[in-house]
Design a protein around this ligand. Structure first.
Ligand code: C6P
Length: 446
């Protein structure tokens, strides 16, 4: 069982703020609210992140592009370096000391990530290159075995392209159809619409993001999961922005599949995890063929290795897995609930100041408690790329663009937004720097 202290913080946060009016269909909270968490010692945490301590264009760096990728603490860097310096060997192959150590570290990393997800069985944890690969794996493998004409896959207009295009590809191959949940003006999903679409009886799987990368919205995943399961369908949760920012317990969340990336939660790039329920994974055909995923190979057929290796063809990203485990250890040490609380306090502080800026257009839920640490905005007529360039000249790193969510941009009638995204090491002073630099933008575009 997962740690009983873990709660489905994202779902409970999203549905426990009826005063905000942002969730169209609030229900009594099925999960007890989080106990108040002590504030983070941000000054101490910042010392762990070497990249934060530099000047950019003559200014101390303010890194507010965490939804794209987070910075890495020395604990993660040391774990990767330590592996390469002392234990580097291929895993599951060599009968020698280094290979034994590498295998132990790699499989140990799987166990640590399983614990982070509240999962008992590490064989349900599949290493991938990241969220994108995890979702492609399920779409291609589960989809090819389970979808056909007349079946539907339920998505939303706030999905990242990584949780949209793989479903378009498999829908085209199998004849299944895609259905979409609309996004409200406040950047939320409507549970009534979930019910309406499920009532058609054709949805086989819903694939939804836990947190919108472009709006910050915390989706009421548990409530959606209950509805999806009652309709006999499965739920894949895109946890790319969820796992980084709050406690995750995939069972409490009601997920059947959960995909996320290491690099957004203080880990390295090129590594991620797909978790799936054992009976689902065992019934799925391999995604890629090659070494490591076979049991017996003949000229015209092969049999597969058991989970998790069925889905891990080829030499894996061993150092990446070790780095990702160090990252989840780090986050657990800091306290995932405290990280979300910290981000929400920065979002509240930022929203209050940004609302004072003439010409600002903010996207996403009004209440900070309905968001993770993401604030998307436009400022007057300034193009988001110009905003980002001017901010960069003052050492402030944000992201500008469509954030791989073109459906969402179309929904709001814009081509792009500027996006500031916070993490455990960001401070109120950095929010002040963001707002001051936006004043520069306003002056230049006045
Ligand atoms: N979003 C952002 O700046 P990968 O690239 O596989 O690690 O993650 C893809 C992905 C999937 N779903 C969501 C909700 C995401 O936010 C992302 C990555 C980054 O918003 C890069 S586009």
């Amino acid at each position: 069982m997962g740690n009983p202290d873990r709660v489905d913080a994202l779902a409970s946060t999203a549905i426990s703020s009826p005063a905000s009016g942002q969730v169209a269909n609030p229900r009594p909270d099925p999960v007890p609210p989080l106990d108040p968490v002590p504030p983070l010692d941000v000054e101490r945490l910042r010392k762990d992140f070497p990249a934060l301590h530099q000047e950019v264009n003559g200014h101390p760096l303010v890194y507010l592009d965490n939804a794209a990728t987070s910075q890495k603490p020395v604990q993660v860097l040391d774990a990767i370096r330590g592996y390469y310096e002392a234990d580097n060997a291929n895993v599951h192959r060599g009968i020698h000391e280094l290979s034994r150590r590498a295998t132990e570290a790699y499989e140990g990393a799987r166990q640590r990530v399983a614990r982070f997800l509240g999962v008992e069985d590490p064989a349900e944890v599949i290493w991938t290159r990241g969220t994108t690969e995890g979702i492609n794996l399920v779409a291609a493998s589960w989809g090819s075995a389970n979808l056909g004409p007349g079946d539907e896959i339920l998505l939303s207009d706030m999905e990242h392209h990584s949780n949209l295009v793989p479903w378009q590809l498999i829908a085209r191959r199998t004849g299944a159809a895609l259905r979409f949940l609309d996004v409200t003006d406040q950047g939320t999903l409507r549970l009534e619409q979930v019910d309406e679409i499920l009532a058609g009886g054709r949805v086989r799987l819903a694939a939804l993001t836990q947190v919108s990368n472009a709006l910050g919205t915390l989706n009421p995943i548990r409530e959606i999961a209950d509805r999806v399961h009652a309709a006999g369908a499965l739920l894949l949760v895109d946890g790319a922005q969820g796992a980084a920012h709050a406690p995750v317990d995939v069972h409490a969340l009601g997920a059947d599949f959960y995909a996320f990336s290491g690099h957004k939660l203080c880990g390295p790039t090129g590594i991620g995890v797909l978790w799936g329920r054992r009976e689902l994974l065992e019934a799925m055909p391999p995604y890629m063929g090659g070494g490591e995923m076979i049991s017996l190979v003949e000229r015209d057929m092969s049999t597969w290795a058991p989970l998790p290796h069925t889905f891990e063809a080829g030499t894996p990203n061993i150092a990446g897995a070790i780095g990702m485990a160090a990252a989840v250890d780090y986050l657990e040490g800091v306290g995932p609930a405290a990280i979300l609380a910290h981000e929400q306090s920065l979002v509240a502080y930022a929203l209050a100041q940004l609302r004072e800026l003439p010409g600002i257009r903010l996207f996403g839920p009004e209440e900070a408690s309905d968001r993770a640490g993401v604030v998307s905005f436009l400022l007057g007529d300034a193009h988001p790329h110009d905003i980002s360039t001017i901010l960069d000249a003052e050492g402030v790193a944000i992201r500008a663009g469509h954030h791989c969510t073109q459906l969402l941009m179309r929904r709001y009638g814009v081509a792009a937004t500027a996006r500031a995204s916070f993490y455990l090491y960001n401070t109120r002073e950095e929010v002040d720097r963001l707002v001051r630099s936006l004043e520069t933008v306003r002056t230049l575009f006045a």
